[in-house]
Design a protein around this ligand. Structure first.
Ligand SMILES: C[S@@+](CC[C@H](N)C(=O)[O-])C[C@H]1O[C@@H](n2cnc3c(N)ncnc32)[C@H](O)[C@@H]1O
Length: 262
């Protein structure tokens, strides 16, 4: 299963990652969280705004609309395939995209009025360094919003608890910072931010996004030797039955923390 924090993902893997981001962007819960985040970050005309780990770039296009022609909206992502996809999709917008990592943002100190970063920190080995780097590129008084999932809040109903527990353990080995959501507040406080607000939203996956995700997770867990093929088949049957009868709930809680620098 391709991941957002590994190198060497081929074109098929990149296409799958982009498709997953597009499907997730359609989820009402993701849209609600993004709308709230945009409202409280309150980017204004003429400002400069950055999206760290910008993926397919949709939120940078929104930032570009908010800052208008006199402002700047930039997305940064280490994955050249994401930068290329975002650049091609943003034609007609003033949004621009550059390759780079959250650990070493390719901008001088104090470049931005506002920074957003969504569902990226879970993929980072050193989220503290990334938070300091976000603070570095903000001007005095600048604000940031960090948004991320906390995978220890995941519900995978109706997969039996024994197998869903094994899936969580398998995912823990592939997600460096799986409890990222609960740590955002502390990270921002330790990087010198005053915390202004915290929001949360359960990302509720629909049938379209659930089925391929759980089948891929089950296959990966078999490959890793964490569950047997028989257990994976049993769980796949449970998922199919749940989806067919409507008795399913696949979700994870996402948290967002807004802060500003002195
Ligand atoms: C789950 S996607 C989220 C993309 C986008 N922020 C969104 O919410 O749709 C994670 C993104 O983080 C990027 N990423 C991974 N490691 C990163 C790093 N060290 N610095 C910045 N971005 C990173 C990935 O390339 C990917 O685009």
């Amino acid at each position: 299963m391709p991941s957002f924090h590994s190198d060497g993902v081929g074109q098929d893997g990149q296409d799958l990652l982009i498709m997953m981001l597009d499907q997730q962007a359609e989820l009402p819960s993701v849209q609600r969280m993004r709308a709230w985040a945009a409202q409280v970050l309150a980017v204004k005309a003429g400002e400069s705004a950055l999206d760290v780990g910008s993926g397919t770039g949709s939120e940078v296009v929104s930032l570009a609309r908010a800052v208008g022609p006199s402002g700047t909206a930039v997305g940064v992502d280490p994955n050249p395939a994401m930068v290329a996809a975002a650049t091609s999709r943003a034609k007609g917008s003033t949004a621009r995209f550059v390759q780079g990592t959250a650990y070493d943002l390719p901008f001088p100190d104090g470049s931005f009025d506002a920074v957003r970063c969504e569902r990226v920190f879970q993929h980072l080995d050193d989220p503290h360094a990334a938070t300091l780097e976000i603070a570095r590129v903000l001007r005095p008084g600048g604000r940031a919003i960090l948004i991320d999932s906390d995978w220890d809040t995941a519900i995978m109903h109706p997969i039996s608890p024994e197998i869903s527990g094994a899936l969580s353990a398998a995912q823990a080995t592939r997600t460096p910072n799986r409890t990222s959501g609960r740590r955002l507040r502390g990270l921002m406080a330790s990087a010198g931010f005053t915390i202004d607000d915290i929001g949360s939203e359960a990302v509720i996956f629909d049938a379209l996004t659930s089925a391929p995700m759980y089948v891929a997770q089950l296959d990966a867990a078999v490959e890793d030797g964490i569950i047997t093929r028989a257990q994976a088949d049993q769980a796949a049957t449970e998922v199919e039955h749940g989806l067919a009868t409507g008795d399913y709930l696949f979700c994870v809680t996402m948290f967002a923390v807004l802060g500003h620098l002195a």
